[in-house]
Design a protein around this ligand. Sequence first.
Ligand code: ATP
Ligand code: MG
Length: 366
Amino acid sequence: MTDDAYEDSSIDATARVVDPGGTDDERRFEAALRPKRLADFPGQPRVSSQLALVLEAARRRGAPPDHVLLSGPPGLGKTSLAMIIAAELEQPIRITSGPAIQHAGDLAAILSSLAEGEVLFLDEIHRMARPAEEMLYLAMEDFRVDIIVGKGPGATAIPLQLPPFTVVGATTRAGLLPAPLRDRFGFTGHLDYYSGADLATILHRNAALLDVESTPDGISEIASRSRGTPRIANRLLRRVRDYAQVHGTGVVDLDAARTALALFDVDVSGLDRLDRGVLEALCKRFAGGPVGLTTLAIAVGEEPDTVETVVEPYLVREGYLIRTPRGRAASDKAWEHLGLAPPEPTAPTSAGTPTLPFGSDEGRFG
Ligand SMILES: Nc1ncnc2c1ncn2[C@@H]1O[C@H](COP(=O)(O)OP(=O)(O)OP(=O)(O)O)[C@@H](O)[C@H]1O
Ligand SMILES: [Mg+2]
């Protein structure tokens, strides 16, 4: 994903199969379906109860809460939660993103205009320029920013006191945040993939909001094929609705869900074309691995970053892919899923190869 692509926000990493490009329509749809309050936010029970506590305590103290960092794969609700935080605090939210802050001056301008208690949402915070990052530490800790006036030896720093405010940072790559910045966040919420039941709750509510009739088995079929991701669930719901309206009874039922999802290349386990592409490359071209991330990404024609943040976490979590010190390897489950016979036991995919937790950047070999 390039900075340009980010800035017009039409490129969405999870949009890669069913709805390439993430259209205007998509953004309108997302905005309309975003839960507004914590109580309407299903799933993520741990993060949501922790956050409820942090916010309630702040409310009782009558002071802004600690800064909050939200991390996790795309489409799990980081932006939604940032907006919910502001709504719960009844404060305005200022939204910007790491790639939009290329100079410390960009950040200084934003910081110096913040009102007391305001929420500053910094999306993709790991992509902020280094000098801006340093300015942010100081602002987060001491509510102070040094405005540099002039250039060269005559430049002077004029300290500016800021009213207390709350930074909400979001990142798909917490491991890339420098430790001093990470440490400035009093609360970090790690979002994890959603259970099928939580996705079904979300889909049920959204079908009603979209005025689409649905059956429980239709909804649970979509939920079970959504890669644990609400954004994907919402998108698949729309595709099944389309199918039901054009070819079916207009009802999102099991039949419509099965046929429409097959049409859009989402398999029974919810893996899409890119997921399967990665597994196929791994098994067919690299004999199951291990193979480096970059090599694997090239084989499927994707950026290593996309493979690492969008594709891999889910495949690792579901046990299709194993991270080893020597690279990525296919598990027996991957071979089985592709209907292929795994190589004989001497293969490097054998169990016992240590796996590394994704998300920790120590685990990156590439
Ligand atoms: N818990 C939830 N309940 C209902 N809808 C949700 C939930 N979490 C996310 N969504 C929906 O999923 C979509 C994506 O959510 P959101 O934009 O908050 O994800 P994100 O984590 O910020 O993704 P990215 O990393 O791509 O920015 C939105 O349409 C949102 O309404
Ligand atoms: Mg977001």
